[in-house]
Ligand binder design. Structure first.
Ligand code: V47
Length: 367
């Protein structure tokens, strides 16, 4: 029996999806606004299965948030604080090394490092962090510092961005996480992160990262003051850069968490928007291979459902996450590998453990 769309506006989009034709800005807006979520998911699933069949990736990784002290004051952020705040912290390099020491004998394959823009830490701290981790854990891939942090690090290093990237790369930096993109539209950035690296700068940093041979991820923070046009514009700007460099590995839509932020009058994202964000991203980002459901932000249950709404990656085991938990996330901070594998199998998919670059992959059978 053929799948029947409730929303007839989706019929022309289905024709394009089946013909592997690029969707337009107008198509994107239709997908964000359609009342027929199941059909949007159905379309995203066509692409997901065309690219990956049942394969569903996850990684055994460890997040490190080295400091929450930040010179910016983004309205949506509950993590960043000023130095005099009682919850302010900065991990010494020794603390970072000893925190992750316990993973030496484990099979963790990635350190994912993101922090605030600290007013006083010297560039040497970041360089020593990367080289110290590389020396101690040569087999672990280091994915560190968002585009916003990298732009800031270049400033404190007093070097051009590309030179800063090359120094970090040569010290062991493997790839760049996708944070800091938020929503590219100027209207939204003025409201939620007026002091932050602007959209073009964020894109320029990723272009520079790709030009020195490193890969990076991309994100979009949704569910606050942005509208469907602005989300679509964000995805299309990422798609354009990917056409140019092909350096993005994966896209992760990030669900806004309002608690303890200056936007705490907003509500948490509804499950339908979480599923839709993954589905629309899969459909609009036709040149991104991987769409990641970050379970920490949307719950493991929604992440599991999203495996039929375009997502083909469940991110990682994480262990410690402070950014979303500062903003009221109620999920656990660690997802044991066997639970991840069980959830993927329960969803009718095939669990594949991967490394950061999706180069080494192996199927995980029931444990
Ligand atoms: O840049 C901040 C977001 C990002 C809130 O690359 C918030 O694989 C929700 O980028 N509610 C950092 N989100 C995390 C990040 C990330 C996470 C997982 C995987 C990857 C990847 C990257 O978190 C920030 C910002 O966009 N964020 N505050 C909040 N209240």
């Amino acid at each position: 029996m053929l799948f029947e769309f409730e929303d007839k506006n989706l019929i022309s989009i289905e024709e394009k999806v089946r013909a592997e034709e690029r969707l337009s800005f107008e198509d994107g807006v239709v997908l964000w606004n359609s009342f027929d979520l199941l059909s949007v998911g159905y379309l995203a699933n066509i692409v997901r299965e065309r690219l990956h069949g049942d394969q569903t990736f996850f990684i055994h990784n460890r997040h490190i948030n080295h400091t929450n002290i930040c010179v910016n004051s983004c309205q949506f952020c509950a993590f960043g604080v000023k130095e005099d705040n009682p919850s302010a912290y900065t991990k010494s390099l020794e603390e970072i090394f000893s925190d992750v020491e316990q993973y030496k004998k484990g099979d963790v394959s990635e350190f994912h490092i993101v922090g605030g823009l600290h007013p006083d830490l010297p560039f040497q701290y970041y360089l020593d962090m990367i080289s110290g981790l590389t020396e101690r854990f040569p087999e672990v891939h280091i994915q560190a510092f968002t585009a916003v942090e990298l732009e800031y690090l270049a400033r404190i290093a007093g070097m051009p961005l590309k030179d800063t990237l090359i120094v970090l790369r040569d010290a062991g930096l493997g790839s760049i996480p996708g944070g800091g993109a938020e929503i590219f539209a100027t209207r939204v950035r003025r409201k939620i992160c007026s002091e932050k690296t602007n959209a073009q700068e964020w894109l320029d940093v990723h272009e520079a990262v790709h030009s020195v041979g490193m890969r990076s991820n991309a994100t979009m923070l949704y569910g606050h003051v942005e509208n469907a046009d602005e989300r679509t514009d964000h995805l299309i700007r990422l798609r354009e850069l990917q056409d140019h460099t092909n350096g993005f590995l994966t896209f992760i839509p990030l669900a806004f968490h309002p608690e303890n932020t200056n936007l705490s009058f907003l509500r948490s994202t509804p499950g339908q928007l979480d599923l839709r964000a993954l589905a629309v991203s899969r459909l609009m980002l036709d040149n991104f291979s991987h769409i990641k459901a970050f379970w920490i932000m949307i719950t493991p249950q929604i992440a599991q459902l999203s495996l039929s709404f375009g997502a083909n990656d469940m991110d990682g085991t994480v262990v410690e996450e402070r950014i979303t938990h500062a903003a009221g996330a109620v999920t656990e901070q660690i997802f044991y590998k066997n639970s991840m594998v069980d959830m993927i199998i329960e969803a009718g998919r095939k669990p594949m453990e991967r490394d950061t670059l999706y180069e080494k992959k192996h199927e995980c059978l029931v444990l």
